[in-house]
Design a protein around this ligand. Structure first.
Ligand code: ARG
Length: 463
């Protein structure tokens, strides 16, 4: 009755099979086989529910359960023959199930559609990735907190416009990234919570007339509840977009830190030494040790943000509910997830292994008139000079020092007095870099005491 070459899932309506090009553009099995475990978990939950609600018999449910376990083990052991003609993971699994258990396989797809099935599988997959990202972030944050604790009082230059601004501490700089990755962590947890609703049972778009129990399948799959609108559930990819945007922001943070490591590890800076384990050499220049891991992490934001943009564009014009366009979601998310996890792990490894060069950091901290603000603040505090005037006087002293090729503490008291008669010997007590950082005790400031307080707070959060 049905043409042998037409599709076994919908062949009843079709006289001929698809053109080869049609098959090529239509198939997603090449990539969505990564959701095999999620697909089988979803089907098992669905079959158990169909039996519990009396839609299928217990015997059929048991055959389906056993058969799905066999399919899973075939996939896991690499024996499974994926077929492009069967388009996607959902139909590949079901077709094989039919080969193994026969007729009961045909009852599995009762009260569901591939539209709610794919949404469920993909959510389960993305949810696992949120969990992996949480782990990766926690490990990276832990490594940064350790660095901060070790160098809570190491002085280094703080920059604005990449020009020396004021001295800060190594610990303070590390803890700045802890705050950034801490926000990423909270975004991950927040998005995971929001997405944890089960689409299964939304069927094609309108729900189903079978007496299904969506609470039951939601619970079996670890969802907090079923989605509340079937049209929305099968056409929603917000969870994937949130994943990609959270990943993009985090990748941007990783990229900024990577950029600093590239600069800091250069011969001109020597602020850090990256370990051999996270560097490469040059095939022609024997002296070179290149920060390749940092550079590649810096580049990852490009593809991750690209994935975010790509999926936004796929989704933006789609009428409700499901359209095949949505099949384009997976490769973007898979690629972004792989690269995000890799970048997190590489950054964690680099941070754990790197050595801050305390002497170079200290030498750089003192250069570039980094304590000019302290000088101005001293005049305000001690001489009660308005800040704007103190700024002006200090500027004149910086110009004098610069003209002579020396630093501020190298000027004599007479030099200082020639610009402002009220300045006393006490001024030299604030010009040292150590004094400068120790004095910045405002909450969240760079003083070692503040850094240690933040380290302690984070250690408690990390547990
Ligand atoms: N392979 C499809 C995807 O990834 C599965 C859903 C297909 N649904 C359909 N009505 N054709 O989106």
């Amino acid at each position: 009755m049905t043409d042998k070459t037409s599709n076994q899932m919908w062949g009843g309506r079709f006289a001929a099979g698809p053109d080869a090009i049609m098959e090529a553009i239509n198939a997603s099995i090449g990539f969505d086989q990564r959701m095999a475990a999620q697909d089988i978990a979803g089907s098992r939950a669905h079959a158990a529910m169909l039996a519990a609600t009396g839609v299928i018999t217990d015997n059929d449910a048991e055959a389906i359960r056993e058969g799905l376990l066999t399919v899973l083990s075939e996939i896991e052991s690499g024996q499974f023959q994926f077929s492009t003609a069967l388009e996607d993971i959902h139909m590949n699994v079901e077709a094989r199930l039919k080969e193994i258990i026969g007729e009961p396989a045909g009852r599995l797809h009762t009260g569901r559609s591939r539209n709610d099935q794919v949404a469920t599988d993909f959510k389960l997959w993305v949810r696992d990735q949120f969990d992996a990202a949480e782990k990766g972030l926690l490990a990276l944050i832990g490594a940064l907190v350790d660095q901060a604790e070790a160098g809570a009082d190491w002085v280094m230059p703080g920059f604005t416009h990449l020009q020396t601004a004021q001295p800060v501490t190594w610990g303070h700089h590390m803890m700045a990234y802890v705050e950034m990755f801490g926000r990423d962590l909270s975004r991950v947890r927040d998005a995971r919570k929001r997405m944890n609703e089960s689409p299964l049972g939304s069927a094609a778009l309108a729900g189903t007339s079978f007496p299904i129990d969506r609470e039951m399948t939601a619970e079996a799959l670890g969802f907090d509840r079923p989605t509340a609108n079937s049209l929305d559930a099968v056409s929603d990819r917000d969870f994937a977009l949130e994943f990609l945007s959270v990943a993009s922001i985090c990748a941007m943070h990783l990229s900024r830190f990577a950029e600093e490591l590239v600069i800091w590890s250069s011969a001109q800076f020597r602020f850090v030494t990256l370990s051999d384990r996270f560097s490469t050499g040059s095939s022609i220049m024997p002296q070179k040790k290149n920060p390749d891991a940092a550079e590649l992490i810096r580049a990852k934001v490009g593809r991750i943000f690209g994935a975010n943009t790509a999926l936004m564009m796929v989704m933006k014009g789609l009428p409700l509910a499901y359209s095949k366009d949505m099949q384009e979601d997976k490769e973007q998310v898979f690629d972004a997830a792989d690269n995000w996890m890799l970048a997190l792990a590489a950054m964690e490894g680099m941070v754990k292994d790197m050595t801050g060069n305390r002497d170079s950091l200290a030498a750089a901290a003192g250069s570039g008139f980094s304590t000019a603000t302290d000088l101005a603040d001293w005049m305000v505090r001690v001489l009660k000079v308005p800040f704007r005037d103190a700024h002006h006087v200090t500027g004149a002293l910086v110009a004098m020092a610069e003209g002579r090729g020396v630093d501020l503490p190298d000027l004599t008291l007479e030099d200082m007095k020639s610009v402002h008669a009220g300045i006393t010997e006490d001024i030299f007590s604030v010009l040292g870099v150590e004094n400068s950082v120790n004095s910045r005790t405002s909450y969240g400031g760079t003083a070692p005491a503040q850094v240690r307080a933040q380290v302690a707070r984070w250690k408690q959060i990390l547990g």
